[in-house]
Design a protein around this ligand. Structure first.
Ligand code: FAD
Length: 571
């Protein structure tokens, strides 16, 4: 059942076996999995079934972090969470992420890759991105072709795949299941503002829940899960500091620290000397019709040998805003995206990234490109418009224009290394429900920046050695270029601030995602990841949520939880 808080009475007590705060992709996958094992689940969602401006404003951050996007671009408070905005790119972390490496010399992950890998197939099913096969050589339908002819896997790998979801808007796609699940109750328009703990046991006693209409109710459950997204899970733990000084799970001072995103930069172009028509520059489709795309990555051995952070690189279109590209297609898309209808076509963050430029909009030059290239531009508009916007189900994730000269700008998407000074802090400013707001203080280290140059140098060397091409740099000073690209580019992938560790000295939650010192409270979020990988994090977040569902479905509730909480009477 899905009901709004407007149907509740002030002071009502909601009860369940498991209370999940947050109905984004991770909360929804977790909740529906728990229902399968017969658990009575209560899901609390701050937003409505569609966007409510006042609820969205609750997520606003204080301050002005140079590297961070504003919350309106980074998160969405509504049923389905930020999947209302996401691109749908699904990639698992790599085995190397879980290892100690020259750039991450301490053993940080208390869970091995082998423990989480079995959950990837089901995570792909929840995300609707096909099967968990992420290597082109495993897919006979595309394995025979090389991304760059004559450049086989070695130091640089060209067979790593990303998969694309519909993109799956979890609030829409799973709405019916949420409505029909007999032991599940979703309450929207209701925000958890405090986690009330028992001052003797330290365990959660109940959740304080408030609506923007002034309603105040309570939830009691055997076990509680925060699935509110990375920043909000951190904020809730920090704000609930009456029994646990400094916030729940913060006995060692890790809460809010180690904030990671990804290092994202466009600082080079790849020139290929191979036949242009043979370059795989765009999406392919697997046998199930799922869009997949090749990423250039570095082998684990090369990462160790060259002291590299984990890195992915992919081809992109030339900057659309610069009509010098001469493409009628790119000019047509650019003019559409900067027009008033552009805002309805793409998430604002993605639209802004595609239309970025020097501020000088050269409309006449773009129109000239379209007129010169009219048949192509029209053909593209009709076919892509249908595949992206009109076709039911799976949508084309994007488009890439083939370069006749075989020259492609490349995007770097690399691991942001753990750094205790990159963090989230609580401020004295309060939101409309009286909850303290957070400020982000994102930081990138010299190594994060240098890694871009080192990865580019290695890629350039390997292209030259294979005799297939080379890189051309876009900035005289690559490090300065990386810093420029990073301004306002982080905050979409929220990692590290409730880090997972083997024991309370090392983090906020344990390997089973239970918060240290409050073992009936769990965090299901990418914020539990101690490192950030090259991978976009949501698929892995879902995999960990499914592993948590297995743990919570254990018929033997942990002794600590049974002692500290009231029994539930209804869902
Ligand atoms: C523009 C954009 C593009 C992206 N593209 C990709 C991509 O291609 N691939 C990828 O892997 N990731 C991508 N991401 C990131 C991805 O969207 C997130 O990793 C993912 O949504 C996180 O899922 P979640 O369930 O943890 O949190 P969310 O999706 O943020 O959901 C959290 C839910 O909790 C609710 N909530 C928050 N606080 C409270 C509270 N106190 N009480 C009650 N409810 C609360 C919120 O309203 C929300 O519904 C993208 C993000 C953006 C912004």
């Amino acid at each position: 059942m899905i009901r709004s808080a407007k149907t509740l009475a002030d002071g009502e007590l909601l009860t369940a076996d498991v209370a999940i705060v947050g109905a984004g992709p991770i909360g929804i996958a977790l909740g529906l999995e728990l229902v399968k094992s017969g658990q009575r689940v209560l899901m609390i969602e701050s937003g409505g079934t569609s966007l409510v401006k006042e609820a969205q404003a609750l997520a606003r951050q204080q301050g002005n972090d140079r590297w961070h996007v504003p919350s309106d671009l980074a998160v969405r408070r509504q049923l389905g969470g930020t999947s209302a905005l996401w691109g749908g790119r699904c990639v698992p972390f790599d085995p190397v992420d879980f290892e100690t490496r020259p750039v991450v010399p301490e053993p940080l992950w208390p869970v091995t890759y082998a423990e989480i890998a079995p959950y990837l197939e089901a995570a792909c099913a929840w995300a609707q991105c096909g099967h968990a096969r992420f290597d082109a050589s495993e897919l006979p339908e595309i394995a025979a072709r090389e991304m760059i002819p004559g450049f086989p896997d070695g130091t640089v790998r060209t067979t790593s795949l990303e998969r694309w979801a519909l993109p799956t808007r979890f609030g829409q796609v799973y709405r019916r299941q949420l409505e029909e699940a007999s032991t599940l109750q979703v309450v929207t328009d209701l925000t958890c503002t405090h986690i009330a703990c028992d001052d003797e046991t330290g365990l959660v006693d109940h959740l304080v829940l408030q609506s923007l209409d002034g309603l105040r109710v309570m939830a009691r459950a055997d076990r509680y899960v925060l699935a509110t997204g990375g920043l909000e899970a951190t904020r809730l733990l920090m704000c609930s500091d009456d029994v646990h000084p400094g916030g729940i799970g913060n006995s060692s001072g890790h809460l809010g620290r180690w904030y990671m995103a990804h290092v994202e930069a466009r600082v080079a172009r790849m020139h290929l000397t191979t036949p242009p028509e043979l370059t795989i520059h765009e999406h392919e489709r697997d046998a199930d019709g799922v869009y997949v795309r090749r990423r250039l990555t570095f082998s684990a051995e090369a990462q160790h040998e060259h002291r590299l952070s984990n890195t992915a690189i992919w081809f992109v279109n030339p900057q659309m805003s610069d009509p010098a590209h001469g493409s009628g297609i790119l000019s047509g898309v650019y003019l559409t995206l900067i027009s008033p209808i552009g805002r309805f076509m793409l998430a604002e963050a993605i639209r802004k990234a595609h239309t970025a430029g020097d501020g000088n909009v050269q409309i006449a030059a773009h129109v000239r490109n379209i007129v010169r290239d009219l048949p192509n531009a029209l053909r593209f508009a009709l076919s892509f418009g249908y595949r992206r916007f009109l076709r039911r189900g799976r949508k084309a994730p994007g488009f890439f224009v083939r370069s006749a000269s075989n020259v492609y700008p490349i995007d770097y998407h690399g691991e942001h290394l753990p750094n205790a000074d990159s963090r989230v802090v609580l401020t004295d400013a309060r939101d409309a429900l009286g909850m303290r707001r957070i400020r982000t203080e994102m930081a990138f280290s010299g190594t994060d920046i240098e890694n871009v140059s080192r990865a580019m140098e290695l890629l350039d060397r390997e292209l030259r050695n294979a005799g297939v091409g080379h890189l051309e740099y876009l900035y005289d000073d690559t490090a300065a270029g990386v810093r420029e690209c990073l301004v306002g580019a982080s905050g979409y992938h929220q990692t590290g601030t409730t880090r997972m560790a083997a024991d309370p000295a090392g983090g906020v939650v344990g390997p089973d995602l239970a918060v240290f010192g409050t073992e009936n409270l769990y965090v299901a979020s990418t914020s539990t990841f101690p490192t950030s990988s090259q991978a976009n994090p949501t698929l892995m977040g879902i995999a960990f949520a499914l592993r948590l569902a297995d743990h919570l479905s254990d018929p033997e509730p942990p002794a600590v939880a049974a002692a500290g909480t009231a029994r539930s009477t209804e869902t």
